[in-house]
Design a protein around this ligand. Structure first.
Ligand code: HXC
Length: 260
């Protein structure tokens, strides 16, 4: 499909990594509705494509995304938000079964930080800056910033970020657990593709089950999360790939996973 606000590509040695680049550079990749509709479609298509093992969302060196589009929402009202389901298309990206990795160079602010947080892993370039500056413009985070951020970094740091609107840099973000690894700017995408390729060596079926299980840790109590984990763990024993993985280990060879 032809997109106007994003670019898509299939990358990696085995061409099994779906790459989505946010592409509104003049507006620092502000997340307008058409961009999010395109992003949702691209994620859904990669999710449905058996050749794709993992998805990367990235921006450019100046900005991952500087937030929801302030010009677009400037004259929204409470009623138009409710009637139009403002930001509802964001759900599409968070419903993806395959791993999504955010590769963040530059600003990830407001909705941009929230988009990175709804991904499964965040890799950052050294110059990345994260923040929830909504408070500066008289509103609050509206796509997970008050909920996902405390789960990543704890209450005190999340409160500080949300109540001050101050930015944090890549190394601080790594230290507080928001970011998994930091790389030199020009190495970021290459390293992120390597990560996606590594994930792509495993059974896609089992990767999906593992993602679902980890996500339970953010969505439920410990007791029901552990119960969920156990059921999914038991469930892996109903798959051919679990048998193949263990056989290959015993036979000292590389497993040949069939996604079954
Ligand atoms: C619309 C934006 C934008 C945004 C930048 N631009 N951020 N347009 N929405 N969120 C536009 C600017 O208007 C400008 O357009 C161009 O991008 C370049 O931006 P500058 O400000 O000139 O760049 P710079 O001086 O380098 O400053 C970079 C910046 C600043 C610090 C990132 O742009 C900034 O503070 N942006 C807003 C960040 C923010 O408040 N984000 C939260 C948004 S609220 P022109 O046409 O003038 O060249 C939000 C709500 C979340 O996300 C709710 C759930 C999603």
């Amino acid at each position: 499909p032809q997109y106007e606000n994003i670019k898509i590509d299939v990358v990696g040695e085995k061409k099994n990594v779906g790459l989505i680049q946010l592409n509104r550079p003049k507006a620092l990749n502000a997340l307008c509705k058409p961009l999010f509709q395109e992003l949702g479609k691209a994620v859904k298509d990669f999710d449905a494509d058996d050749k794709i093992a993992a998805i990367i969302i990235t921006g450019n060196e100046k900005a991952f995304a500087a937030g929801a589009d302030i010009k677009e929402m400037q004259n929204n009202t409470y009623s138009t938000n409710v009637r139009g389901g403002f930001l509802q298309e964001w759900e599409d990206a968070s419903n993806c079964g395959k791993p999504i990795i955010a590769a963040v160079n530059g600003f990830a602010l407001g909705g941009g930080c929230e988009l990175a947080m709804l991904c499964d892993i965040i890799y950052a370039g050294e110059k990345a800056k994260f923040g929830q500056p909504e408070i500066n413009i008289g509103t609050i985070p509206g796509a997970g910033g008050t909920q996902r951020l405390p789960r990543y970094v704890g209450k005190s740091k999340a409160m500080e970020i949300v109540l001050t609107g101050n930015f944090i840099d890549a190394h601080e973000a790594e230290k507080m657990g928001l970011v998994s690894k930091v790389f030199p700017v020009e190495k970021l995408l290459e390293e992120t593709i390597k990560l996606a390729e590594r994930i792509g060596t495993h059974s896609p079926l089992i990767v999906k089950m593992a993602k679902q299980a980890v996500n339970q840790a953010y969505e439920t109590t410990l007791k029901s999360g552990l119960h969920f984990e156990k059921q999914v763990f038991y469930g892996t024993f109903a798959t051919a790939d679990r048998q193949e993985g263990m056989n290959a280990f015993i036979e000292k060879r590389t497993p040949n996973f069939k996604n079954e």
